[in-house]
Design a protein around this ligand. Structure first.
Ligand SMILES: [Zn+2]
Length: 168
């Protein structure tokens, strides 16, 4: 415990995402868009943990997560915990909650799925069949996906990146 504290500094105000499945911290940063933040971040990858053998941890100053970001984290790491920090103290700690249905955050890669219809595309919706390991099913075409098969929608970010490229 002490060793872990020494490795990762405390933050005065912000969010600590702990108990992330080992190896998922960088994916979470990118998916949630936290990686584009200019705030101080500390990322621990493969940190030794009592509960799980190893885990990842993200500490970020002055950033509080929204519902979408917490859902994205719950999909990648259903055991993750979110702590809100004020004055170096945890003022709230909660476990992420994997919703029963996931709306809009994931793409269905089945080309014939109605969610990909060119004329009238509709927002995707997936039913969570199992949490860990994750198994979800498209409500429209009934295709089943495992975590490693999931394609996330991160439209906003892609657009932003394209604009940046054009400006260069
Ligand atoms: Zn589908």
């Amino acid at each position: 415990m002490l060793e872990e504290k020494l490795k990762i500094d405390k933050i005065s105000k912000g969010t600590v995402i702990d108990h992330i499945d080992a190896g998922y911290a960088l994916t979470i940063l990118s998916l949630t868009g936290i990686d584009e933040s200019k705030n101080l971040m500390t990322i621990g990858v493969n940190v030794s943990s009592k509960k799980y053998q190893t885990k990842d941890i993200i500490k970020i100053e002055n950033v509080f997560l929204n519902e979408t970001q917490m859902q994205q984290i719950s999909i990648l790491s259903p055991n993750a915990t979110i702590s809100l920090i004020e004055n170096y103290k945890v003022i709230e700690k909660k476990k992420v909650e994997l919703p029963k249905t996931i709306k809009k955050l994931i793409l269905c890669i089945n080309e014939t799925c109605i969610s990909n219809s060119e004329k009238e595309p509709i927002s995707t919706e997936f039913m969570v069949l199992e949490g860990k390991p994750l198994k979800i099913q498209c409500l429209y075409c009934e295709r089943i996906y495992k975590l490693e098969e999931i394609v996330f929608t991160s439209k906003e970010k892609t657009e932003k990146k394209i604009i940046q490229r054009i400006q260069l």
